[in-house]
Design a protein around this ligand. Structure first.
Ligand SMILES: Cc1cc2nc3c(=O)[nH]c(=O)nc-3n(C[C@H](O)[C@H](O)[C@H](O)COP(=O)(O)OP(=O)(O)OC[C@H]3O[C@@H](n4cnc5c(N)ncnc54)[C@H](O)[C@@H]3O)c2cc1C
Length: 497
């Protein structure tokens, strides 16, 4: 057995979850290997909806503008009636951005484009995916994990401190850990395919026979490409012809139009919808993130987003523990993320039931801006607050002005791997500087000015309050000046010495 550590972390799977974790660890200087058993990048559009909360994370990771440029917005949807006429509506409720929530509209970016941007970012940080490298065995002991990898040059044994299974719904890691994956098969099978077609305008998402599971057909122009994403429920049993001819015939039969022609099929899959959640997200030094931990129907566009956010929650904790913070910090990963997946499974299943009835409009619940960890052991409030923003909530954005006069935003100040401490009308010196902590003060003699009151409105703090924001943009603590000792203890406990 190899005793020396090859890297701190082995990430198994380079989908959206594995790539997010890799970018986060790379920018924190944590050594890792990122492997994927496929010979090259996955080509399918799959998870195409990027929700506002994920956009905030992409801003922090330095890829938001590139992701927006790669894709676009959802077009209006056209729901066709039997006679060929149609109604037009927006896919999402339209709400303008606000100072606290700068991203408000779901983006449409085919998953292969999002992942392409992520790989580019990873390369900028000097790292890349090792394709053609499969995890085929793992064992763990008190100090680390020994993994067996099969690559083009044969087998290799690597020794790492932690292993993260980001290896999708059929997760090898989950099976190797013998973690149960209870839930249900939802009795819906669907085709999803990326196709080049003629006969439809690209200015609308075309929907035929919504609510009729035997005839439903959705053809959505994929932003940033010349493709359409075809989606259609199909019978639970039997072969489905996924060739251009086969799909053209299905389109003709379901739309009753003979002028839509599928020219080519770039990727296609017929899959059964499931809603399943892993019993555990961690066994010792091995973790599950993304689809390896939860799978659900695509309704509501939650899968990729939840996977990215799992990785974002785990990344800073792994980095802190590798640098000496207490191992107990890692317990909070499952504690925080598993309840989110439980709720998301319920939401996606509810939206699937609504879709079966033909109701497709999506509201705020899919945006993931209201998710938080108020029950977490990492949430400190002193004194306990009765309303407004609570410890564990998502930290809102707020436009501010620096004392030197330049405009800035809280999200600009959060950006990067550090914690952020913001004091409102405080004695700044009350909290001495520490590594990995950026301290700001708003108020007289502070380095920031809350010119238009947006900070006060969003955070509802009183003079003397301190707000500690975690590296992943959630509120770790809100304490009054009289409880500064509790804040200092909290910082120390989480490796901020
Ligand atoms: C047909 C379909 C349609 C979907 N539509 C939507 C949608 O509309 N909206 C949405 O949000 N989500 C959608 N999803 C879900 C979304 O694609 C997933 O939630 C997302 O891909 C999860 O990312 P992940 O990184 O966890 O897993 P994956 O993207 O599955 O990546 C896992 C990676 O692990 C690799 N791997 C597996 N085993 C090993 C091993 N032993 N060794 C090395 N590598 C390994 C695989 O090759 C793969 O690249 C859809 C999924 C499917 C299948």
């Amino acid at each position: 057995m190899t005793k020396q550590f090859t890297a701190n972390v082995l990430i198994c799977g380079a989908g959206a979850a594995g790539l997010t974790l890799a970018i986060d660890l790379a920018r924190r200087g944590v050594s890792f290997r990122l492997i994927d058993k496929m010979d090259g990048p996955f080509r399918g559009s799959r998870g195409k909806g990027i929700q506002p909360r994920t956009q905030e994370i992409f801003e922090d990771l330095g890829i938001i503008d590139r992701v927006v440029a790669a894709g676009g917005l959802y077009p209006p949807q056209r729901e066709y009636r039997e006679d060929g006429s149609f109604t037009v509506s927006e896919v999402m409720e339209h709400v303008d951005p606000s100072p606290a929530e700068p991203y408000h509209i779901a983006l449409m970016v085919p998953q292969f484009l999002t992942e392409g941007v992520m790989r580019e970012r990873l390369l900028e940080l000097g790292r890349r995916v090792e394709f053609g490298c499969e995890l085929v065995g793992l064992e763990q002991d008190q100090d680390g994990v020994t993994a067996r990898l099969a690559g083009p040059d044969g087998e290799e044994i690597v020794r790492v401190r932690y292993l993260v299974g980001a290896d999708g719904g059929r997760s090898f890691v989950r099976h190797a850990l013998d973690i149960d994956f209870p839930g249900k098969t939802l009795g819906v099978r669907a085709v999803v395919a990326d196709v080049v077609l003629t006969g439809l305008e690209r200015t609308a998402w075309h929907r035929f026979h919504e609510g009729a599971m035997d005839r439903q057909m959705s053809l959505c122009p994929l932003a940033g490409t010349e493709l359409f994403q075809l989606q259609a429920p199909v019978p639970l049993e039997g072969d489905v012809d996924l060739s251009a001819e086969g799909l053209s015939a299905m389109v003709a039969e379901r739309t009753r139009r003979d002028n839509i022609h599928i020219v080519s099929v770039l990727w296609a899959s017929a899959y059964n919808m499931n809603a399943r959640l892993a019993d555990r997200y961690r066994v010792g030094r091995v973790f599950l993130i993304g689809d390896a931990a939860h799978i659900h129907p695509p309704t509501g566009g939650q899968g990729l987003n939840t996977s990215v956010q799992d990785a974002y929650n785990l990344g800073w904790k792994l980095a802190a523990v590798v640098s000496g913070a207490s191992e107990t910090l890692l317990n909070s990963y499952e504690e925080e993320r598993r309840p989110i997946a439980t709720a998301m499974l319920g939401l996606a299943t509810k939206l699937l039931d609504a879709a079966k009835r033909g109701a497709m409009r999506r509201g705020r619940e899919v945006q993931q801006l209201d998710l938080g960890y108020p029950e977490s052991a990492l949430a400190l409030e002193k004194p306990v607050r009765s309303g407004g923003l609570l410890a564990g909530d998502r930290a809102p954005d707020a436009p501010l002005r620096g004392a030197a006069g330049q405009a800035t935003r809280l999200f600009e100040l959060f950006k990067g791997p550090h914690w952020t401490l913001v004091g409102y009308q405080v004695e700044r010196e009350a909290v001495p500087p520490r590594a990995a902590l950026r301290t700001h003060a708003i108020g007289p003699r502070g380095n920031l000015i809350d010119e238009n009151g947006h900070f006060l409105e969003a955070y509802a703090v009183a003079p003397g309050d301190w707000v500690l924001v975690r590296p992943d943009g959630y509120i770790g603590a809100i304490v009054g000046s009289q409880h500064i000792d509790a804040l200092t203890h909290f910082l120390g406990e989480h490796g901020l010495i």
